[in-house]
Structure formats: structure tokens, C-alpha cells
Design a protein. Structure first.
Length: 105
């Protein structure tokens, strides 16, 4: 049993498809990328599957997001980035919460 819920255009060749399906005898929500190109048309490996048993937690997390959380922030013009050595790592400057700070649903 498959039921397509909807799709979101990612770019000219890709859409994100949301569907309810039954994979391996277990019902769940699948969110995957679907590509249409000359070389390949179909689902990619990119995506996530939420089992039906975890769906209430997922729904609660999604519903906790407010419109204000998703508002675009005007970014200042970027300065040219200096080249870093290939083996040098940088800190993730945009992370506001570490994994330890995330609520467990």
C-alpha cells in the first residue's frame, strides 16, 4: 500500500516526495528525493523513513515549529573566504543547539 501525500520542488531535476508506504511489512512515512534526468529517473538513496510507531513523536516535533522559527533572516553580504588547508577543520558557527540540548520526544 502506497499513498502519495505530496511533493516539494527541490530544483529543475529533483522533487522531495512524501508518502505513506509499507516497506518490509512495516508501515511508515517516507520522505525521499525523486530525480528526473537523462541518466536516471526514480528515487535516490537520499531520504528518511519514519515508522508508524514513531510518527506521533515526529508529528509533535514538526508541530512545535512556529512560523517565526522559519522566517528568513536577511544575511549581510559575504566577505571572500580565505582558503584553509585541506586538513584543517572549522567550527560549526551556525549551530545554536548541541545534540545534548535537544528535547527527547
Amino acid at each position: 500500500m502506497e499513498k502519495d501525500i505530496g511533493k516539494i520542488k527541490k530544483n529543475d531535476q529533483s522533487d522531495v516526495i512524501i508518502r505513506i508506504d509499507d516497506f518490509g511489512g512495516r508501515k511508515g512515512l517516507t520522505i525521499r528525493e525523486f530525480v528526473t534526468s537523462e541518466r536516471y529517473t526514480g528515487f535516490t538513496k537520499s531520504g528518511v523513513r519514519i515508522l508508524s510507531t514513531d510518527f506521533p513523536k515526529f508529528k509533535e516535533m514538526i508541530n512545535s515549529i512556529t512560523d517565526e522559527d522559519m522566517e528568513e533572516i536577511e544575511q549581510p553580504a559575504e566577505e571572500p573566504k580565505e582558503q584553509l588547508p585541506k586538513d584543517q577543520e572549522t567550527l560549526n558557527q551556525g549551530a545554536e543547539k548541541s545534540k545534548e540540548d535537544l528535547p527527547d520526544y
